[in-house]
Design a protein around this ligand. Structure first.
Ligand SMILES: [Mg+2]
Length: 284
């Protein structure tokens, strides 16, 4: 059994356009019962919002196929401090995830200041958050992406808002989203896969590929997003495979290339069984 952690922006779609072949790849995974999760460092949307967006683009996805950095952050905080409190700079996806994990959203004396992306924050909120951090609230970021692609260009991401609070407070934020092992490990466990069985597909070296490399997952970089082949030379780490887009990928081919032993087993008698038979026949 193998499965995939799949980034969305730059892999499945770009802005409001679906990347050709993405629908076919996902449909094939579902038809073959291959486990997968869409992984996003965008904390604005809920699981249902993301699934709806994918369906409208013609991608065969349900809520259970979506794992956001807001979910990872809320689950992590619930483990660290059950039934805690948070002051939130962020939107619906983050608020819902925190509520679902037993967190109360407060305007005073929070355990954590939690920052996600959003278009609705203002300077008063940043000012309030700064005072809370200086009074001892812990600063948590859903992710540190500096900017987010939108259909009409880039806008400042969660990392930019966090940087303002870090500079003002002198406190470093703790980030849960990709490339943090917290989010990637949680996603792997959600699919009940082992490290060796997990394959990451992404378009960003600093998040998708770095996260996968750190955890020992197989990594596939697609060039349909923010990274070009020339960029690769700048990095100390490299993906296991580079393809132009997800359209080039086929699950069966990948398994045959990377895990040849397992294909043999599926073809009938596996290696261990054959070896056992030889041992038995040698004994008799
Ligand atoms: Mg991406």
């Amino acid at each position: 059994m193998h499965g995939y952690l799949i980034d969305m922006d730059g892999v499945i779609y770009r802005g409001i356009d679906v990347i050709p072949g993405a629908d076919r790849f996902i449909h094939a995974l579902r038809a073959a019962d291959v486990p997968f999760l869409f992984l996003t460092n965008n904390s604005q949307r809920t699981r249902l919002d993301v699934a709806t967006k994918l369906q409208r683009l013609g991608i065969d996805a349900e809520e259970r196929h979506v794992f956001t950095c807001a979910m990872a952050t809320a689950r992590f905080l619930a483990q660290q401090k059950p039934n805690g409190t948070a002051y939130v700079i962020g939107e619906g996806g983050l608020l819902t995830a925190l509520h679902n994990n037993g967190y109360a959203i407060v305007d005073k004396d929070p355990d954590y200041v939690v920052v996600g992306e959003g278009r609705t924050f203002n300077f008063e909120m940043v000012e309030a958050a700064l005072r809370m951090i200086l009074a001892g609230a812990k600063l948590v970021a859903t992710n540190l992406d500096a900017n987010c692609p939108t259909h009409n260009g880039m806008r400042p991401g969660c990392g930019s808002i966090v940087a303002m609070l870090e500079t003002a407070s002198g406190v470093k934020a703790f980030s849960v989203g990709k490339p943090s092992p917290i989010m990637l490990r949680a996603a792997r466990k959600e699919l009940a896969l082992t490290t060796d069985q997990t394959i990451v597909i992404g378009d960003t070296m600093e998040t998708d590929i770095l996260g996968g490399v750190q955890l020992g997952f197989k990594t596939i970089l697609v060039l349909s997003g923010g990274t070009s082949r020339e960029d690769l030379a700048r990095y100390t780490y490299r993906p296991d495979m580079v393809v132009e887009s997800i359209a080039e990928l086929e699950h069966g081919n990948l398994v045959r290339e990377w895990f040849p032993g397992e294909v043999r087993e599926r073809g009938g008698m596996g290696f261990d069984a054959r070896r056992e038979e030889m041992l038995v026949s040698a004994r008799t």
